[in-house]
Design a protein around this ligand. Structure first.
Ligand SMILES: Cc1cc2nc3c(=O)[nH]c(=O)nc-3n(C[C@H](O)[C@H](O)[C@H](O)COP(=O)(O)OP(=O)(O)OC[C@H]3O[C@@H](n4cnc5c(N)ncnc54)[C@H](O)[C@@H]3O)c2cc1C
Length: 1010
């Protein structure tokens, strides 16, 4: 019998033969062991083995034969010597082996057309991969006989129509109703939870490396563990069994310690445990290879059906309507007199609902819903799975476990575990089916198998535990593994609440509330930029390559440590500025922002290009084996000072002491022109930008709550003398040139457009970002350098700070602006695309005698924090007012000119500041990156939003917002009377608070006073 095994390997290559021999040896070994009753059965390993056999042994007939033989041996010998319980777990497993083998044998006989490729798979889901699994839930939840019409009559109109009755749809509806909206309707194609939600694992972890996410998760927990029960008297099924994060190396434990420090600010109880303490808590765990763990006792598990039905009940009690069996088949969009696309109605087979607002909470179907309205929804559907084990003695009441390094999670499910994880080669579901409801896919063990070893290593008893069922369902994933929320830039009134990357249960409550706030008040309460659809440039959201590659990488790296200087490898080089090649050759190590490649720093070891994405070797792609860029990234994977600290130091100090050139071409460059441009500028910008032509003003744009939506420079320009110029369009009246951070250009664009539309200003906003490059020359020697290149007088009198001029640079027309992002004397040159390279080369040639260097954004980050300049979406966000952010000087509050956000600012000013940003320097030289906890007299009062090392001060610097825990005013007395400490990874450091930037507090350097 065993000779047959050798025969079947004959037609394959050597590694395959060796693999098969090993497998067949295992079968042989097990078979013998079964017969002699010496074996301890390891059902989970059997599953793995079965997949190996399927891959290796193409003759399924033989495999079936082997397994039938094994099965017979098992029955024949009755297995008296085996462990108790093994029999029970082995029976279904071995029978399913045999059954599956026979089916495969039949398929094999039917011919090659039915055979599936074995060694290399396509990453798209072939029809076979998405075959529906008919057990075990189909008969229990699916409505017999299919949909029978809507569960309620459709109203003729609604204030809001929420599409999709999963976690997000139900949470959004509930929060809309709770915020007082009476006429909100939820339409669900099938029945509530039918998409992804019904089979979720439901884990809720409270600590994430983001302050906003910690707040969102806290709200979900509050809703499911308390609010809903109080409102309805129903228990949602919430179980508080705690959460345990596993660290198998130092960096991972460092990351957890960072989370623990952040948790203190939010009152989230957490403990870093030693391996032996972990063993005491979780006796079934193998702790031999552990560095430590993070234990969060109040984490827990949500029940999807219980949560959604209670949400629906609470929402309907407050006047909302839930209609099931009612698929949305179309969305009516109308274009108004100003050319703005707006939602008008939602169409279903059972009637049309007039509405100005829809919320797309359609999970993996959200992309289709988007297409109905002409909106890009950049998400992709993938198979995502876990398996449920048989009963495990001693597992009851254990916390859920996330073993990031093994890429698996273990969720307590009664007296069993669910085991799931994130693979390197997830299966894409390209043809998302409309008929898929309460359905699952067959689990692909080829893909899932990679989790088994890690799971068994962590909980060894799993090796002897059977698998009761497999749960493999569709879930949507996005290019940065963050949800898609907010109003779509393409169509007003079309909101997104989708793309939840297997966190839609735990984020559902927090996001549902923010979405409801967004709809009702025009903006969310928190800083939701990280989830806002406008964080992506429109050229990316309709690029299939970008969506697929980046979503893959984000999925595969989901459990990776979030290091401060990491960069994606997928879909790079989407947007390159004119200086890209020249800088690459000079050793530029690029960062990716908004699709652009922008300089990070300059390596002395020559070019390190970013290569085409290799899917980390998944799907049969060959890995980029020699990959310098990736190697450089790897060297920075630390929470200590990074490997290139000294390189950044050189760039910073050259800028402080001589002169440095920064390529900032990725900046967004817009022109605001038209008959109402002046009125629009007055309303949009917090500062008075209507100064003389030639002025350049640093300003904020606010929302109506007085929060900062953007900071930017606005230059009042004149029309080009020759009628047309690459540096300015033709226009009459007032015209403005806006320079905005390149990473937030889409957000700025959409914000301005929405304000222009809402106010009905007759203006045009033109995007010239791709046509104009920009270099910034900064440092005490910048004037000397540029005097050799520009045909202009650069003295303080002729060219003062905060002004601009169109001048000649090495024979090319450029717009020179005297500005600084780093706190030095310097000029930006805004250069027509075709002139960028010659102008840059002229600058570098002229700078040689002054010791000029190229510098990147890592240096800008350090220099700007040292000077105390804000970074939008770090130390300046939509939930911070300019008063709290120390930017009151950007607000024309002394004028009588109305502007967006003015009333809210005045109200805040009248009450006095209850929170404010503060600069801290740290006594000891330790690296900090943001999220560290700030204590005043031992009490947590905030956390650092941004931190970096300042090389001129030779100190770690951090900025964070602080509050008085007693709710009092945060004024100079409060600051001066406190003793401040900062906690980093559980260690407390003395810190000094500064009311003014400690570097050049009198702003002499930008004025050229050295
Ligand atoms: C295996 C697995 C494990 C997971 N584990 C966790 C976890 O531990 N913790 C966690 O937080 N998250 C987890 N998730 C993710 C979480 O379950 C999802 O993020 C969440 O359920 C998504 O909810 P949703 O409302 O966005 O989508 P869905 O639940 O898919 O809801 C979308 C709804 O829209 C409906 N719909 C579609 N088209 C239409 C139409 N044309 N008209 C009307 N209705 C329509 C669908 O029928 C569906 O009911 C897991 C996911 C999977 C697959």
């Amino acid at each position: 019998m065993y000779c047959d095994f050798v025969l079947i390997t004959g037609k394959y290559n050597m590694p395959l033969i060796l693999g098969e021999l090993h497998i067949l040896y295992c079968i042989f070994h097990m078979h013998i062991s079964v017969c002699t009753r010496q074996i301890k059965f390891h059902p989970l390993r059997y599953f793995c083995l079965w997949r190996h056999v399927q891959i290796a042994a193409h003759s399924h007939v033989l495999v079936a034969f082997i397994l039938i033989t094994c099965g017979f041996s098992y029955f024949l010998y009755d297995f008296k010597g085996a462990d108790p319980g093994i029999k029970n777990s082995l029976l279904p497993v071995s029978m399913s082996f045999v059954g599956a083998a026979m089916i495969r044998a039949a398929v094999c006989w039917l011919g090659p057309a039915f055979r599936r490729p074995v060694a290399f798979r396509s990453y798209s889901s072939a029809p076979e991969h998405t075959s529906l699994k008919s057990v075990p839930y189909g008969t229990t939840l699916k409505q017999e006989g299919g949909p029978s019409g809507p569960s309620k009559p459709l109203p003729r109109s609604a204030d809001v129509v929420v599409i999709g009755g999963g976690s997000l749809g139900c949470q959004t509806l509930y929060h809309l109703a709770k915020m007082g909206m009476k006429n909100a309707v939820l339409l669900e194609r099938d029945r509530l939870t039918a998409g992804t939600t019904w089979h979720t694992a439901g884990l809720l972890w409270q600590l994430r490396p983001s302050d906003v996410e910690v707040e969102l998760l806290a709200h979900t927990r509050q809703v499911v563990s308390s609010d809903l029960e109080q409102e309805t008297g129903l228990h949602t099924g919430w179980i508080q069994n705690g959460g345990l994060f596993i660290a198998s190396n130092k960096q991972r434990l460092d990351e957890y310690k960072r989370l623990m420090s952040l948790g203190k600010v939010y009152g989230i109880e957490s403990y870093v445990l030693s391996p032996s303490e972990t063993k005491d808590l979780y006796p079934l765990m193998n702790v031999e290879d552990l560095y430590g763990t993070l234990y969060v006792p109040k984490d827990g598990t949500m029940d999807p059906a219980g949560t959604c039905s209670t949400l629906a009940r609470a929402a309907t009690a407050r006047g909302a309507t839930v209609i099931e069996n009612c698929p949305v088949s179309g969305i009516h969009v109308q274009t108004d007199d100003l050319g703005v696309h707006r939602v008008r109605a939602v169409e279903t087979p059972h009637g049309t609902i007039q509405t100005p607002c829809v919320v797309n909470c359609a999970g993996v179907w959200a992309e289709k819903l988007g297409r109905m309205a002409g909106v890009n929804v950049p998400l992709i559907a993938m198979h995502h799975a876990y398996v449920v084990t048989e009963r495990i003695e001693g597992i009851q009441n254990m916390p859920n476990v996330r073993d990031h390094d093994a890429s698996v999670y273990l969720r307590l499910q009664g007296d069993a575990l669910s085991v799931g994880g994130y693979e390197q080669n997830p299966i894409f579901w390209d043809e998302v089916s409309d008929k898929f409801a309460f359905s699952l896919f067959d689990l692909d063990w080829d893909v899932f198998m990679q989790h088994i070893e890690g799971a068994i290593n962590r909980i060894p008893v799993l090796e002897r535990t059977g698998i009761k069922s497999t749960v493999c369902g569709p879930e949507s994933f996005t290019p940065d593994h963050k949800p898609l929320m907010g109003e779509a830039p393409e169509v007003r009134g079309f909101f997104l609440g989708c793309g939840f990357n297997s966190a839609g249960m735990m984020l559902g409550g927090g996001c549902g509330r923010e979405l409801a706030h967004w709809i009702i008040h025009g903006r969310p309460e928190k800083d939701m930029y990280g989830y806002d659809i406008r964080r992506f440039h429109h050229s990316l959201t309709n690029s299939n390559r970008w969506i697929r590659e980046r979503s893959h990488e984000s999925y595969a790296k989901n459990y990776s440590v979030v290091f401060p200087y990491d960069e994606p490898l997928a879909s790079r080089n989407m947007r390159r500025d004119p200086l890209h090649q020249v800088l690459l050759e000079k050793g530029c190590i690029f960062q990716e922002r908004h699709g652009w490649e922008r300089p990070g720093y300059f390596s002395r070891d020559g070019p390190a290009p970013v290569l085409d994405y290799d899917y980390y070797g998944a799907y049969g792609t060959s890995r980029n084996s020699i990959y310098k860029y990736n190697d450089l990234l790897g060297k920075e994977y630390t929470f200590d000072f990074p490997a290139h600290h000294h390189v950044i130091k050189d760039e910073c100090l050259t800028c402080r002491n001589a002169v440095a050139v920064f390529n900032m071409s990725y900046f967004g460059k817009f022109f605001l022109i038209g008959p109402d441009a002046k009125q629009a500028a007055d309303w949009l910008f917090s500062a008075d930008v209507n100064k003389a032509v030639g002025s350049t003003i640093y300003t904020c744009m606010l929302n109506k709550e007085g929060g900062v939506e953007s900071d930017l420079t606005v230059s009042r320009i004149e029309p080009p003398a020759a009628g047309q110029s690459p540096l300015a369009p033709a226009f009459e009246g007032h015209g403005y040139y806006l320079a905005v951070g390149g990473a937030v250009a889409q957000h700025n664009w959409s914000h301005i457009q929405a304000v222009l539309q809402d106010r009905g200003f007759r203006c045009t906003l033109l995007d010239h970002s791709e046509d104009i490059g920009m270099i910034s020359i900064q440092g005490p020697k910048s004037r000397h350098l540029l005097q050799d290149v520009l045909d202009a007088d650069l003295s303080n009198e002729a060219f003062p700070f905060s002004t601009h001029k169109v001048v000649q640079a090495a024979g090319h027309q450029v717009r020179a602006m005297r500005l600084s992002f780093v706190g030095e004397m310097g000029w930006e040159l805004h250069i027509p695309r075709d002139s960028c390279v010659p102008v840059y080369q002229a600058v570098m040639a002229a700078g040689a005698k002054y010791g000029v260097c190229n510098a990147g954004y890592r240096a800008i980050d350090s220099l700007s924090i040292e000077k105390g300049y804000r970074h939008w979406h770090a130390d300046l966000r939509p939930d911070d007012s300019p008063l709290e952010a120390g930017l009151a000087f950007t607000c024309k509050l002394r004028s009588s000119t109305p502007f967006l956000g003015r009333e809210a600012l005045e109200a805040r000013q009248a009450c006095g500041l209850r929170r404010r940003i503060l600069c801290f320097t740290v006594g000891e030289k330790v690296p900090m990156f943001g999220l560290e906890a700030i204590f005043r007299n031992g009490t947590p009062i905030g956390h650092l939003r941004r931190s970096d090392f300042g090389f001129a001060l030779d100190k770690t610097i951090g900025y964070g917002y602080i509050r008085d825990p007693d709710g009092g005013l945060v004024n100079a007395d409060f600051v001066k009377s406190g003793k401040f400490t900062i906690e980093r990874m559980g260690v407390v450091y003395d810190a000094t608070a500064h009311l003014k930037s400690p570097f050049d507090p009198e702003n002499k350097r930008v004025k050229g006073i050295y």
